[in-house]
Design a protein around this ligand. Structure first.
Ligand code: IPE
Ligand code: IPE
Ligand code: MG
Length: 242
C-alpha cells in the first residue's frame, strides 16, 4: 500500500531514541542485566547505519542518564566498561559514513581514559561537519542538568558584560545546550513499553512527535524504526497553528 511506504522526501531531520529495555531483555532470558546491555549496544550500529543510509541527518541515542548513577555500582561499572570497549568501535562505527560524533552530557564525572577517547573521537569526526550528518550519543546526560548548564553560562556572560539580559531569547538558551546548532528532534522513540521522557531533551522536544513501542531495545530493528518514521509521516504537525 503506497500510504505505508517511506516517503523519502518527508523524512524527519532529527530522530532521538531512548534505548530502554536492556535489563528486561536479559531477565526474560534468565541472563544477567549486563548481557542485555551488551546486546543493546550491538544494536546501535544497525540503527545508526539505517539512519545514515536513509538520509536522517541527526540521530541522538540516550545511553546513560544523570539518574542512572543510582543503579548498583556493579551495573554502573559494567556499563562504563562496555562503553569503553565500544568506544574503540565508534571511530569505525559508521564505516565509510562520514558524520560528526558528539557525546552529549556532562563528561566531568567520567573516568579520564574514557573522557579522553570521547574527546579524541569528537575532534577526529569534526572534519565531517560539512556532511551535515551528526550522531549524538547521550552519556551522563540529563536535560535538567543541561538547562542549568545553559543558565550558568548565560549568567556568566551577563556578569562579564558580554551579554545584555534584554538580549536573552530562546536561541540564546538553545545555543548553550549540548545540542547547539542542531535542529530539534522531529521524532522521539521510546521502545520497551514505558511512556515517559526520563529527563531526555526536555527543551528540544517542545514540538517533537512521540512514538512508543513495546519491543525492548535489543530487539528493536531498523524495520521497526522505518515503521515509526512512516507513522510519523502520517501525523499532522501544527506547531500551535491551525
Ligand atoms: C536501558 O536499559 C539502558 C540504560 C538505562 C543504561 P535498562 O537497563 O533501563 O533496561 P530496563 O528498563 O531495566 O529493562
Ligand atoms: C532512560 O531509561 C535512560 C536511558 C535509556 C539511557 P531508564 O530505564 O533509566 O528510565 P526510567 O528510570 O525507567 O524512567
Ligand atoms: Mg529502563
Amino acid at each position: 500500500m503506497a500510504f505505508d511506504k517511506l516517503d523519502k522526501s518527508a523524512l524527519p531531520q532529527h530522530i532521538a531514541i531512548i534505548m530502554d529495555g536492556n535489563g528486561r531483555w536479559a531477565k526474560k532470558r534468565g541472563l544477567p542485566r549486563t548481557a542485555g546491555h551488551y546486546k543493546g549496544a550491538d544494536n546501535v550500529r544497525n540503527i545508526a547505519h539505517y539512519c545514515y543510509d536513509t538520509g536522517i541527518k541527526v540521530l541522538t541515542l540516550y545511553a546513560f542518564s544523570t539518574e542512572n548513577w543510582k543503579r548498583p555500582k556493579a551495573e554502573v561499572d559494567a556499563l562504563f566498561k562496555l562503553f569503553k570497549e565500544k568506544l574503540q568501535d565508534y571511530r569505525a562505527l559508521m564505516g565509510n559514513r562520514d558524520c560528526v560524533v558528539r557525546f552529549i552530557g556532562d563528561k566531568a564525572p567520567i573516568s579520564e581514559d574514557i573522557r579522553e577517547s570521547m574527546l579524541s573521537i569528537e575532534e577526529y569526526s569534526s572534519q565531517f561537519a560539512h556532511t551535515g550528518y551528526t550522531f549524538n550519543f547521550a552519556i551522563n546526560y540529563g536535560s535538567r542538568d543541561e538547562i542549568v548548564k545553559s543558565v550558568k553560562e548565560i549568567a556568566t556572560l551577563c556578569r562579564e558584560g558580554k551579554l545584555n539580559i534584554e538580549d536573552i531569547d530562546e536561541k540564546t538558551v538553545s545555543d548553550h545546550l549540548y545540542t547547539c546548532g542542531l535542529p530539534d528532534p522531529d521524532l522521539m522513540i521510546r521502545p520497551s513499553g514505558e511512556q515517559r521522557i526520563s529527563n531526555f531533551l526536555l527543551w528540544q522536544s517542545a514540538y517533537t512527535e512521540f512514538y512508543y513501542s513495546d519491543v525492548l531495545w535489543p530487539d528493536f530493528t531498523p524495520k521497526m524504526l522505518e515503521k515509526a518514521i512512516i507513522e510519523y509521516q502520517k501525523r499532522n504537525r501544527r506547531f500551535g497553528g491551525v
